[in-house]
Design a binder for this molecule. Sequence first.
Ligand SMILES: NC(=O)C1=CN([C@@H]2O[C@H](COP(=O)(O)OP(=O)(O)OC[C@H]3O[C@@H](n4cnc5c(N)ncnc54)[C@H](OP(=O)(O)O)[C@@H]3O)[C@@H](O)[C@H]2O)C=CC1
Ligand SMILES: Cc1cn([C@H]2C[C@H](O)[C@@H](COP(=O)(O)OP(=O)(O)O[C@H]3O[C@@H](C)C(=O)[C@@H](O)[C@H]3O)O2)c(=O)[nH]c1=O
Length: 309
Amino acid sequence: MTWMITGAGGQVGQVGQCLQQALKQSRRRIIALSHSALDITNETLLLRVLEASKPLVVFNCAAYTHLDKAEQQPERAWSVNAKAPSALARWCNDNDAWLIHLSSDYVFSGWMADAYSESALPCPLSEYGRSKLAGEQAIMETCAKAIVIRTGWLFSQYGKNPLSGLLNNAQKSQRINIASDAYVSPTPAVALAEAMMQIANLAEQGRIPRGRYHFAGTPTASTYLFAGEVLRQAQGFGLIDQHCRLIPEPLNQPGSGAKRPHNSALVSQKLPELGIYPPDWRTELSLTLEVIKEQQSQQEYRLCQGFAS
Ligand SMILES: NC(=O)C1=CN([C@@H]2O[C@H](COP(=O)(O)OP(=O)(O)OC[C@H]3O[C@@H](n4cnc5c(N)ncnc54)[C@H](OP(=O)(O)O)[C@@H]3O)[C@@H](O)[C@H]2O)C=CC1
Ligand SMILES: Cc1cn([C@H]2C[C@H](O)[C@@H](COP(=O)(O)OP(=O)(O)O[C@H]3O[C@@H](C)C(=O)[C@@H](O)[C@H]3O)O2)c(=O)[nH]c1=O
């Protein structure tokens, strides 16, 4: 009964790390492989590892997530986000294993007025988005037991994400430029990891059909509103001491790198039918900030002990 996680993360790999935490509760044998332990683009090694461990479920959390760099190095994004998932899908199909793969809100163009449901037509604007869509398609065409979960705007206490970016910027400057014309579904990575675990359990029991699913936080927010809520709550936790001002600016300014959709809000229509509900990101944000505060206090305590000894 082995479950495997790829892209399980060292310093980064936020979903991989959250998933490892979530799966500690499960009674399965978990093999969690970081990038340094398994490069999924090394097909020979990938197949050797899969053959040796024969997982019943593979969670693919490995991805090339550097949006702006992907415009300059599309081949790297395509190799990790499309070609390697295709190889994973072939092995899972041949070995009757479930493949639970993550995709992105950035497969959509953002031209629609409402939030995107599972049946909306993708039309990515960036190399990252195109490579993620190609990965989805390869998996759906190849693997009988495939679940693709589209999510967006993940935040957590791990790695690099919009929350850590805002907290860093707020410590450095009293003015933070933020796009005010983009609408997103901020999603706590911890809640996503729990949903992935529930999905894997349903899959093993044959209670979830293969397909594409959306899982994202509610309510939809402009990036400006999200940033405002982060600063408000972070000040409440004492994580930011200075008063920061948000300076609204348009998304996709010239020279700002990859094009991002103006609307990448997702609506999850299929998972609630299976008892998996979207989290309220505002509540989860305060839980995440509480964890970050606790981590900071522990670090300060260790530093003080270091000075005292
Ligand atoms: N972050 C977000 O807001 C969103 C993420 N997603 C999707 O969710 C998934 C997880 O994202 P998230 O955890 O935030 O991403 P991270 O960038 O935090 O983690 C990705 C992990 O994949 C690893 N990785 C990169 N290349 C390879 C490779 N060739 N072989 C094995 N591992 C590799 C990275 O290691 P290293 O850093 O060493 O390269 C890193 O540990 C991805 O599929 C992403 O596309 C979807 C929507 C939103
Ligand atoms: C920290 C910060 C971010 N931003 C903007 C930049 C960007 O548009 C957005 C978020 O910044 P990031 O660079 O973290 O995010 P970005 O690369 O756009 O985020 C994406 O990551 C990939 C992997 C996905 O799949 C997407 O769902 C999405 O979460 O917020 C500001 O405008 N000001 C700031 O101070």
